[in-house]
Design a protein around this ligand. Structure first.
Ligand SMILES: [Zn+2]
Length: 308
């Protein structure tokens, strides 16, 4: 049975197919997710991943995002000796940025191998090697990772199990209601699938709107959401698949970033920070009943009907 990864409802509406996957929307909480994958969702995180497929993404780190998260951290902790974990740290760019800002208790985990004289790196899957951590952390950051995770409830649960009481979590992912997403879906309806196939790539299992990301956090425990905002990334960091239309796509994306930055709406990425009031363990999919503190918005009521 296929269940919504956020609210565990089986009620869903088919949206469209992309190569190797089907995308549906949950009728209870409106979260969009991919299923019926025709191959493993696991990407191969080798040199080609960093230097070919996502060459520009890693070549031009998102420093405005890094600064935004650093501000979230310093608002919570006005000191530099706090412990920070980056889950899915890639090549460690964010942690290296934090070193320049004076932080020094830094840990990263990723499928890829990293070494650094200051940063403590672990290689592997956080689902499998979390027991290797001998410490808990004041801050846990995970950037552009949650959309790749199949069991997002367990993922948040693991993050929180590694968090010191009252600690801070920052999650960045794509925003399915971003202007570019909306336009690519309109283009698909008109028969042009290029953009949708890229954004709903089979490696992206979860397609969070701002609403469904907040719902995920609410369903996983008693948390206080501190900030939730949209952000774009540097235009040079755009990686486009080889296409003769790239001369057209790149300036279009640049224009959309400009407009969404101007109006502060519909930006491509979203970043949310939350703090544990106290952590109520949610053990993956075995828990059917959701708990809501009702502190964020009325959307909680959706779950009170659907998740039981
Ligand atoms: Zn749902």
């Amino acid at each position: 049975m296929i269940l919504c990864p956020v609210c565990l409802s089986e009620k869903k509406k088919h949206r469209f197919h992309v190569p190797g996957a089907t995308v549906s929307r949950c009728l209870c909480c409106s979260h969009s997710y991919s299923h019926d994958l025709q191959s493993s969702p696991m990407e191969v995180y080798n040199e080609g991943y960093f230097k070919q497929d996502h060459e520009n993404w890693f070549k031009y780190p998102n420093y405005p995002l890094f600064q935004k998260i650093e501000l979230m951290i310093t608002k919570k902790y006005n000191k530099k000796d706090i412990s920070i974990l980056d889950v899915g740290c890639g090549n460690g760019d964010f942690l290296k940025f934090l070193i320049k800002k004076g932080f020094n208790n830094l840990t990263g985990i990723d499928f890829s191998h990293n070494e650094h004289p200051v940063i403590k790196f672990f290689q592997g899957n956080v689902f499998e090697i979390k027991s290797l951590f001998t410490q808990k952390f004041d801050v846990i950051v995970t950037l552009a990772t949650v959309e790749h995770v199949e069991d997002v409830r367990q993922f948040v649960s693991i993050l929180c199990s590694l968090l010191n009481p009252g600690g801070l979590v920052c999650i960045m992912t794509l925003d399915e209601n971003a202007l570019i997403y909306r336009l690519t879906r309109m283009a698909k309806a008109a028969g042009i699938s290029h953009g949708v196939n890229r954004l709903y790539d089979k490696h992206h299992l979860n397609h969070f709107s701002q609403r469904s990301l907040r719902n995920l956090i609410q369903v996983c425990g008693d948390f206080e959401i501190l900030e939730h905002d949209g952000i774009n990334f540097p235009v040079p960091a755009i990686d486009l698949p080889k296409s003769i239309l790239n001369f057209l796509y790149r300036p279009m994306i640049e224009f959309f970033f400009f407009v969404t930055d101007l109006f502060k709406r519909g930006r491509f990425l979203q970043v949310i920070s939350f703090s544990s009031c106290y952590y109520r363990a949610v053990h993956g999919k075995n828990v059917k009943k959701a708990h809501f503190s009702g502190t964020v918005d009325q959307e909680s009521s959706i779950f009170s009907i659907c998740s039981r």
